[in-house]
Design a protein around this ligand. Structure first.
Ligand code: C2E
Ligand code: MG
Ligand code: MG
Length: 252
């Protein structure tokens, strides 16, 4: 798999799917998360959890991440030009990209080249990335904030969950991990955890998004608890760009 992965980007085998992010109150699409897939000639569509780790080990993640960044920014800038709205586009950044030192330059260059407004770009980071090297992480986050991009913590609550970083990092958004959503609304402890995360985020001036919303009951629960945004199979799985554009046109 590793040797095949090596040339995958150059051979045009990577695909980007978009999962809508919605406003809980209005149920309108306000953005999308870009999620990479690998169209392998024999294996078919390979999900990211099967090759991202490998790409990190083999030193290929920076190239893949660059392709994701460029493709996502280009598509979202095009949607704005096509009058489909100024959507927020979220990309996932891997630890090696974060550590590379050139991430901010690449983000800036990509936004300039594609014409994407910085306020449209969301960078999803994970807790473990930030906790590995707190000082460098904080500096890089401030650099990204200075570009005007939005910073989000993915899978919130599953990592180190050190609350001290929340006050010292310039974060804009908490993303509640799917594991706290799955058993809603029946699990009283998950309701309590989700409520606490939402209140914590809001108290610190952040917006809160829930991932993995699969049922109406889960969406209603988020509405009751005051969650700002959601994404999940209830509204749509991650879909190719054409299908995502069709969803945008439907809501006009
Ligand atoms: P993530 O960033 O937490 O992305 C959310 C994952 O949850 C996606 O899986 C998405 O398809 C899935 N999901 C969304 N809604 C639901 C739902 O209602 N139910 C269920 N069961 N699942 C849902 P996916 O696309 O397989 O991606 C998995 C992980 O791979 C991502 O987790 C992210 O950590 C990583 N990944 C994806 N694309 C990239 C990328 O371009 N770069 C990097 N570094 N990592 C990526
Ligand atoms: Mg993510
Ligand atoms: Mg997540």
């Amino acid at each position: 798999l590793g040797s095949a992965l090596r040339g995958a980007a150059q051979r045009g085998e990577l695909r980007l799917h978009y999962q809508p992010k919605l406003d809980v109150a209005s149920n309108r699409i306000v953005g999308a998360e870009a999620l990479v897939r690998w169209q392998h000639p024999e294996l078919g569509l390979v999900p990211p959890l099967r090759f991202i780790g490998l790409a990190e080990e083999l030193g290929l993640i920076n190239g893949i991440g660059r392709w994701v960044m460029q493709t996502a920014c280009r598509d979202a800038a095009q949607w704005a030009r096509d009058g489909l709205g100024e959507l927020k586009i979220a990309i996932n950044v891997a630890k090696p990209q974060f550590q590379l030192g050139s991430l901010c330059d690449e983000l800036q260059a990509t936004m300039t080249a594609t014409g994407l407004q910085p306020r449209q770009l969301v960078v999803e980071l994970t807790e473990s990335m930030l906790m590995d090297d707190v000082d460098n992480g904080r500096a890089l986050m401030h650099e990204m904030k200075a570009l005007g991009v939005t910073l989000s913590i993915d899978d919130f609550g599953t990592g180190y969950s050190s609350l001290s970083y929340l006050k010292s990092f310039p974060l804009d958004e908490l993303k509640i991990d799917r594991s706290f959503v799955t058993d809603l609304p029946d699990s009283a402890s998950d309701v309590a955890i989700v409520r606490a995360i939402i209140d914590l985020g809001h108290s610190l001036g952040m917006s809160v998004i829930a991932e993995g919303i699969e049922t109406d009951e889960q969406r209603e629960c988020m509405q009751l608890l005051g969650c700002d945004n959601y994404q999940g199979f209830l509204f749509s799985k991650p879909v190719p760009v054409d299908a995502f554009v069709a969803l945008l046109k439907q809501q006009r």
